[in-house]
Design a protein around this ligand. Structure first.
Ligand code: GDP
Ligand code: ADP
Length: 214
């Protein structure tokens, strides 16, 4: 939650931030997007949460102990971190900064608290919020996923009300009803941002002026 000393940054690479209430389909959408888009890389967060069935250390998350997480906070290793559903999650500086400076596009899959912190640091970050089509469907998806204890699901559904209220602060809101439609919308946002960025760079560099267009 702390980011003292961090100035807003403008980087050659685009930064996309995807947030959603648990079960809305954020991880599935980002995974599908990454398979289609070789220019995009995901940042693997650190968490104190226990791994789920198929999750692997270093793939979905870096799973670390609470004291290790605290040490990382103390060392200033995180761009942002937050407590979500009773566990801590954080985006480490390592990797992301270098990738963005090298002109690569990065996607973060984080909660709304982290997303809002990131927007303060990276003014051009594109914030995307994924909504389920209904509360009933959200609950169904969490149950069908079958990864969390009923108590954990209940807590996530309560927290979902608070999270969804934050969608108003995001640049884009995508409803994940039909998966392929939502994926198309997500691809469109990424593509639009790249076009916008290229156009802005060309205007700045005077390319259009040289063509006698502007
Ligand atoms: N602020 C922050 N939130 C994170 C980070 N990594 C994951 N989260 C969020 O923590 C919440 C819980 O994630 P998880 O336990 O994997 O369950 P999920 O909701 O099913 O994805 C989700 O809203 C994630 O987006 C991170 O590095 N920072
Ligand atoms: N559009 C969709 N329609 C039906 N089921 C979906 C859709 N998107 C995702 N799911 C399913 O819903 C569950 C939750 O998706 P997941 O990507 O894990 O959500 P999140 O990362 O937001 O918690 C998974 O079982 C996933 O396969």
């Amino acid at each position: 939650m702390k980011n003292e000393g961090t100035q807003p940054m403008e980087t050659p690479g685009n930064l996309f931030v995807v947030a959603a209430p648990s079960g809305a389909g954020k991880s599935s959408l980002v995974k599908a997007l990454l398979e289609l888009d070789s220019h995009l890389q995901v940042s693997v967060s650190h968490t104190t949460r226990a791994p789920r069935g198929q999750e692997q250390n270093g793939r979905e998350y870096w799973f670390i102990r609470p004291d290790e997480f605290q040490s990382m906070i103390d060392r200033g290793d995180f761009f942002e971190w937050a407590e979500v559903h009773g566990n801590r999650y954080g985006t480490s500086r390592e990797g992301i900064e270098a990738r963005l400076m090298a002109g690569e596009d990065v996607v973060l899959e984080i909660d709304y608290q982290g997303a809002l912190q990131i927007k303060q640091m990276f003014v051009h970050a594109v914030l995307i919020f994924i909504l389920p089509p209904s509360w009933a469907e959200l609950e169904q998806r969490l149950r069908r996923r079958g990864e969390d204890h009923p108590d954990v699901i209940a807590q996530r559904l309560v927290n979902a009300r608070v999270e969804v209220a934050q969608a108003q602060h995001f640049d884009y809101v995508i409803i994940n009803g039909l998966f392929e439609t939502a994926l198309f919308d997500l691809k469109t946002v990424v593509h639009s941002q790249r076009l916008k960025y290229v156009a802005q760079r060309r205007v700045k560099s005077g390319v259009f002026a040289a063509l006698d267009l502007l």
